[in-house]
Design a protein. Structure first.
Lengths: 142, 142
């Protein structure tokens, strides 16, 4: 196939041809199926992607721990996938999920609990939707 | 600072301390401020992040072209940032945007125009919200 035919196939085809990065990972964005809020951004390797599709539970690959991980297996804060979408160049997926409790390891519903705003000569963060739904010390025992 | 104090500072602090990857990039998720749909996933280097914060227009860093890029500078399909959020470990940002026209270079509103579903023994893609809002050949002249 020519390069342009190959790009056309990836962008317009109906075959899953995930484009993993040099570490073998795709980017995954999980949003709340009800509110539309972004809950987290994480990574999937081939196995995590296939397990997520097959089981309807969100599986990820932890870059820090270098291991496959079913979301909520320690915390109980599981994600059931309502819909999975794939992007144009097949290097990112978007999952709309029913999130039990909180997605973030800090105990917040979403990992994105701080807003960034411009100030004169700089930037400033402020907490938004930052209530904790669980105590991470109690859940992770560390 | 100890490692745990440093993590606490990154997760609970009000200072922007972006954790760029080995290529100097953050992951950025852009969602439609009205519908909540994920429009695209792209990357920002330090300059793109600072220009986005300072100007309120979305700027990215293209890994393919290795260059800074103001979203819409060629296509006219600009993104005005309504809100920027930062995630717990400061390696990803979420921007809620007012998208002019279409975010995807294929002419679709969102890059995520295909759904992934499980079939017996495999997966299948299907087009969802895949109408083109512009003709990429006319816009990009290629």
């Amino acid at each position: 196939m020519s390069a342009s035919a190959e790009i056309h196939d990836i962008e317009e085809g109906l075959a899953l041809q995930p484009k993993f990065d040099a570490s073998g990972l795709l980017t995954c964005v999980a949003t709340d199926a009800q509110s539309g809020d972004v809950l987290m951004v994480a990574h999937m390797n081939d196995e995590a992607l296939r397990k997520t599709i097959a089981t309807g539970d969100a599986w990820y690959f932890s870059r820090a721990r270098q291991s496959l991980w079913r979301k909520g297996e320690t915390s109980g804060q599981v994600q059931r996938v309502v819909e999975m979408r794939l992007d144009c160049d097949q290097d990112a997926v978007w999952i709309r999920v029913e999130q039990t409790g909180a997605a973030c390891h800090t105990g917040r519903r979403s990992c994105f609990y701080r807003a960034v705003t411009a100030t004169e000569g700089g930037t400033q963060l402020s907490f938004v939707d930052a209530d904790r739904l669980f105590d991470p010390k109690a859940v992770y025992h560390k």
